[in-house]
Design a protein around this ligand. Structure first.
Ligand SMILES: Cc1ncc(COP(=O)(O)O)c(C=O)c1O
Length: 399
């Protein structure tokens, strides 16, 4: 007898992975250039030169035994200090190495943070549309997952719904700004309102409610005026989950960190619980080589200008055709209204035009589809006529 929940997770691949595999198969059949694969959030631009140079330097100059060996469980002290310095410079964060815990990417950051704060049966809230794995991660750590629908006009927080959803069992609220899949960025004002509500609920229920800020897209914003505020400065009980997967185009290398700032209530114990959760989950340590390489690239990103151009071309193109979509301020996704109520049926139909789109259902939001624009610009150029044909089919009532 096997645990049913684990078996189910393993047997039912995620909708995104399923489509990604379909895209690979279809590319073999009709050629990669004829498949418009907008399914997965795999960065389409290479890691920056600083990363390649850092790796070369490390491989040439560092003792290989140390470089490929275990680091301290919480990560190399020099690496953590370098990251803390950068966060202090960027945000006035007041962090030291002791506030940071190196992880194998944001997925690990989230699982470890949730395990560190959740008692069995406590609630984890987030806002739909949301990264589908939040449910898996929260339930995997013994939590009860609840997604609150965001307002469908702007995909911002619906505070009335949030007010009603927080209970005496709520332990954590996950936010993700810039957002996957909507591309929406929470303004300082929104975060202040969220902080006020959570502070009020903490008082009411006499318990800590942690804001888990999932920030793999922190630097991926495209307009100068878009601010991505440092969340712990707005809400004290914030745990930051960061990853270099997107900012340095390194998703396969599995590197990120958790920040537990001193402003978190009882922060030394929360940090210790993070270390314990990492241990219990068997992480041992994050990859040493990539800890060091990432630390040598603090403050740098891959060339995100390409994503900006892609966003403008795809958003402009789809709006011109007649599709409805909120303009994304960050990340590399568009969340587009499907042309029929059933987004799964719509995505199935889009395959006729070789368009691979992900139904919003797995993001907890029906009637929409996610389009990942971390693709070659030519893919967007070639795909726009296909989007046009799909639109015409619905306009003509062919569907
Ligand atoms: C919102 C969000 N959180 C977490 C992750 C996991 O990222 P990582 O590759 O760093 O584990 C992703 C990956 O796409 C994501 O979009």
């Amino acid at each position: 007898m096997l645990p049913e929940n684990m078996l189910k997770l393993g047997l039912n691949r995620s909708a995104i992975r399923e489509l990604f595999e379909y895209g690979k198969k279809r590319s073999e059949e009709i050629g990669k250039e004829n498949v418009f694969d907008f399914s997965i959030g795999n960065p389409s631009i290479p890691a920056p030169d600083c990363l390649t140079n850092a790796l070369k330097e490390l491989l040439e100059n560092e003792d290989p035994v140390l470089l490929h060996g275990y680091s301290s469980a919480q990560g190399d002290a020099g690496v953590r200090a370098a990251i803390a310095d950068q966060l202090n410079e960027d945000y006035g964060a007041k962090l030291t190495a002791d506030n940071l815990y190196m992880t194998c990417g944001a997925a690990a950051s989230l699982c470890i943070s949730l395990k560190a704060v959740l008692l069995p049966g406590e609630e984890v809230l987030t806002f739909a549309p949301h990264f589908p794995e939040y449910k898996v991660f929260a339930e995997g750590q013994g939590g009860v997952f609840k997604a609150i629908e965001a307002d469908r006009e702007h995909f911002q927080i619906d505070f009335e719904k949030l007010e009603k959803a927080v209970t005496e069992k709520t332990r954590a609220v996950i936010i993700n700004s810039p957002n996957n899949p909507s591309g929406v960025v929470y303004s300082r004002e929104t975060l202040e309102k969220l902080a006020a509500l959570l502070r009020h609920k903490q008082e009411e229920y006499k318990r800590e409610i942690y804001l888990i800020s999932d920030e793999p897209y922190r630097e991926l914003v495209y307009d100068k005026e878009t601010e991505v505020p440092y969340v712990p400065a707005i809400y004290a009980n914030t745990i930051v989950c960061y990853s270099y997967s997107k900012s340095l185009s390194l998703p396969g290398e599995r590197i990120g960190y958790i920040a537990v700032p001193d402003c978190v209530k009882d922060s030394r114990n929360v940090y210790a619980s993070v270390c314990g959760a990492g241990r219990a989950l068997g992480y041992v340590c994050a990859p040493t080589l990539f800890q060091k390489a990432a630390a040598m690239c603090t403050g740098k990103t891959a060339d995100i200008d390409i994503y900006r151009k892609n966003r403008d071309m795809l958003y402009g193109g789809l709006k011109n055709i007649g599709y409805e979509c909120v303009k994304p301020d960050g990340a590399f996704y568009l969340f587009v209204k499907a042309l029929e109520e059933n987004a799964e049926a719509f995505c199935e139909n889009a395959k006729k035009y070789e368009l691979l789109l992900v139904p919003g259902d797995s993001f907890g939001c029906t009637g929409y589809v996610r389009v990942s624009y971390c693709v070659a610009p030519e893919t967007i150029e070639r795909a726009l006529p296909a989007f046009g044909k799909l639109f015409e089919e619905y306009a003509a009532g062919g569907k």
